[in-house]
Design a protein around this ligand. Structure first.
Ligand SMILES: [Zn+2]
Ligand SMILES: [Zn+2]
Length: 172
C-alpha cells in the first residue's frame, strides 16, 4: 500500500518521487509482467480537506511475449496519471483546470491510498498488441522457425526462382 497522509499535503504542490517494488502493489497479474523497480512521480495539490488533485507518471519496464514470434522481450513504458480524489459525500466539486475530463477516486479518513491508481495505470500501460519489433517477421507457417533468426528452408525454397518455372509448368 502506498499511502499519503492529508496532513503531509499543503495548499501548495507536494511532489513525491519514489522507486517502488512490484510486490508492494500486491497484484499477481502485475507481478507476472512488470519488472522491478518502478519509478513513480506524483504531484499532489490539495484544494481543500475534501479534494486533492493528483498528476504524475509511472515509469519502468515490463516483460512481454511477441504476438508474432512468441519471443519474450522487454518493453519500456512511461504512463501518465491524472486523477482527482474527493470525499464520497461531496458533490459537484469543480475540477482542476485540465484539457480532458479526469477520473475521480474517492477517499475517506486522513490519507489517500494511491496504490489503486498506480495499479490501474500499470495495467493500462500493457499494450494490446505486443510486438518485439514493428517489423517482426513472426514464425514460418510451415516449420515454425522464428524468421528473425534468418530464413528457414521453406522460405528459401519460396524465394528460389528455379521453382517459378515449375509453378508455371503446373498451371499449363
Ligand atoms: Zn517478434
Ligand atoms: Zn519454414
Amino acid at each position: 500500500m502506498i499511502k499519503i497522509g492529508l496532513s503531509e499535503l499543503s495548499e501548495n504542490e507536494v511532489i513525491i518521487e519514489k522507486i517502488i517494488q512490484i510486490a508492494t502493489l500486491d497484484d499477481k497479474n502485475i507481478l507476472a509482467i512488470f519488472r522491478d523497480p518502478i519509478e513513480i512521480y506524483l504531484k499532489f495539490k490539495k484544494n481543500s480537506e475534501d479534494v486533492v488533485f493528483l498528476c504524475g507518471w509511472v515509469k519502468g519496464q515490463m516483460n512481454l511475449i511477441c504476438d508474432r514470434c512468441l519471443a519474450s522481450y522487454s518493453y519500456s513504458f512511461k504512463s501518465f496519471i491524472e486523477v482527482q480524489y474527493q470525499r464520497p459525500d461531496k458533490e459537484n466539486v469543480p475540477y482542476e483546470e485540465t484539457l480532458f475530463e479526469i477520473d475521480t477516486e474517492y477517499f475517506t479518513g486522513d490519507f489517500l491510498d494511491v496504490s489503486d491508481v498506480i495499479r490501474q495505470t500499470l495495467i493500462l500501460s500493457i499494450p494490446i498488441h505486443a510486438l518485439c519489433n514493428e517489423n517482426c517477421l513472426g514464425l514460418c507457417n510451415s516449420c515454425g522457425k522464428s524468421l528473425k533468426e534468418g530464413l528457414c528452408q521453406c522460405q528459401e525454397l519460396k524465394r528460389d526462382s528455379r521453382w517459378d518455372a515449375l509453378k508455371k509448368w503446373k498451371l499449363d
